[in-house]
Design a protein around this ligand. Structure first.
Ligand code: PRP
Ligand code: URA
Length: 209
C-alpha cells in the first residue's frame, strides 16, 4: 500500500490558509504555492540516496555526501502543476522537467490528455508529479498511467490539497506511489470541486477567471 504523507508543518499550514482565502490575488497565490512547494520538497526528497564525492575544504581533502540530482524528474500536470515546479527546482536545480497536459471535462469530470513531453531517460529517474489539487484522482491516475507506460517504476505524487475520494482512487490504482499532501479536505461537491478547497487552482494561478 502506498504511503500517505501529510506535511502539516506550521509554516505550510499558515501559507495554505492565505492561499485558500478568496481575497488572495494571483500574484500572492503563485508566490505562496512556490514557497510551499519548496518546503514540501524537503519531505518528498527526505530519503533520496546520497553519493560520496571527494572534495577539498580550505583545510583538507574529505569525502562528502551529495544528492544525485541528475536522477530526478519533476513532472507537472498542466496547467496548475506548473506552479509547484519552481519551488522544487530551487532544491534540485539539475532535475529534468517533463510536462503532462490534462484538463477535466466540465460535464463528466474525466481527464482529457492534450500534451505529453517527457525527458528521454524518464524511466531511469525518480519522478515527482506535481499538481496542487487531488480531487476525484482521475488526472493523477492518468498521469501515473502515462509514466508507467514509459517504464517509470519510481513515482511520487506531490499535491497541496486532497479529497478523500481522490486519495482512495490513487491508492487503489497505484499502491506503489506515495502521496504527499499539505491537507486532506472534507469531500467533493456536485461539480467535483474540493470542499472547502481553494477553488480552481489553474484559474487562481493564471488569473483566467
Ligand atoms: C485541475 C487540477 C488537477 C485536476 C484535479 O486541473 O489542477 O489537474 O483538476 O481534478 P481530478 O483529481 O478530479 O482529476 P483542471 O482540469 O482544472 O485543468 P487546468 O489545470 O488546466 O485548469
Ligand atoms: N480542480 C481544481 O482546481 N480545484 C478543485 O477543487 C478540483 C479540481
Amino acid at each position: 500500500m502506498s504511503q500517505l504523507h501529510i506535511i502539516d508543518h506550521p509554516m505550510i499550514q499558515h501559507k495554505l490558509t492565505i492561499m485558500r482565502d478568496r481575497e488572495t490575488g494571483a500574484k500572492d497565490f503563485r508566490e505562496l504555492l512556490k514557497e510551499i512547494s519548496l518546503l514540501m520538497g524537503y519531505e518528498v526528497t527526505r530519503d533520496l540516496p546520497l553519493i560520496e564525492v571527494e572534495i577539498e575544504t580550505p583545510i583538507c581533502p574529505m569525502k562528502a555526501k551529495k544528492i544525485n540530482g541528475r536522477k530526478l524528474a519533476i513532472v507537472p500536470i498542466l496547467r496548475a502543476g506548473m506552479g509547484m515546479v519552481e519551488g522544487l527546482q530551487m532544491l534540485v536545480p539539475v532535475a529534468k522537467v517533463g510536462h503532462i497536459g490534462l484538463y477535466r471535462n466540465e460535464q463528466t469530470h474525466l481527464p482529457v490528455v492534450y500534451y505529453c513531453k517527457l525527458p528521454e531517460d524518464i524511466q531511469d529517474r525518480l519522478v515527482i508529479i506535481t499538481d496542487p489539487m487531488l480531487a476525484t484522482g482521475g488526472s493523477a491516475c492518468d498521469a501515473i498511467d502515462m509514466l508507467k507506460q514509459r517504464g517509470c517504476t519510481n513515482i511520487r505524487l506531490m499535491c497541496l490539497v486532497g479529497a478523500p475520494e481522490g486519495i482512495a482512487k490513487v491508492q487503489a490504482a497505484h499502491p506503489d506511489v506515495d502521496i504527499y499532501l499539505a491537507a486532506v479536505d472534507e469531500r467533493l461537491n456536485e461539480n467535483a470541486y474540493i470542499v472547502p478547497g481553494l477553488g480552481d487552482a489553474g484559474d487562481r494561478i493564471f488569473g483566467t477567471k
